[in-house]
Design a protein around this ligand. Sequence first.
Ligand code: AMP
Length: 216
Amino acid sequence: MLKRKNLVFLGPPGAGKGTLSTMLLDEYPLAHISTGDILRKEIANQTELGLKAKEYMNKGQLVPDEVVAGMVASRLKDQDCENGFILDGFPRTVNQAELLEKALQNAGKSLDAVIYFNADDELLLKRLTARLSCKCGAVFNKLFSPPKQENICDKCDGELYQRPDDSLETALDRLKVYYDQTQPLIGYYQSKGLLSEIDSALPQPQAYAMLLKGLN
Ligand code: AMP
């Protein structure tokens, strides 16, 4: 088992947090808590929360802190989080990080590591605008990791689609939101001695090897 298993994956959209999560989850029984995935499920189910969240998400803006922090606090109480968890895309503001600290305290847990995925804007925009997603959660990329059959998911044969917020215009908005609101978390977690960094431009096997080194 990993030495560090209560984890936050931090970084700009398109940095590979989801991809490396999937690789780690193939090997270790951690719970995957992606706030983006949870919100997209709420939208697909047309819940009240989903309808509200959609307005923010389609503009590339953040859903209000209390809403996402509440979702995460209740998810952290689930049994599967006992083995460890990856918080993928949460927290995204210092306020969310503080709310997370309280939620973890209430659940008798604490963070072991925060992995910061560092990448430059050019690479991020290239990745985001070429990304193809599937309803089953699988993610491909037209340029870097295309599906075997054009627009068809390798895992479930579902039709692939471009997320509305992966358009160039919204991707640019999301990057701006990241720099304004999320980047301060790098210093926040550095000062707590929890941060380690991965260069997102590395080929996937090397990035994964670095990740494992940081967690053991
Ligand atoms: P992601 O799948 O992580 O790229 O998230 C997609 C979108 O969901 C973001 O652009 C936000 O609108 C929303 N979202 C996901 N996680 C959070 C969060 N921690 N705080 C606020 N909004 C979030």
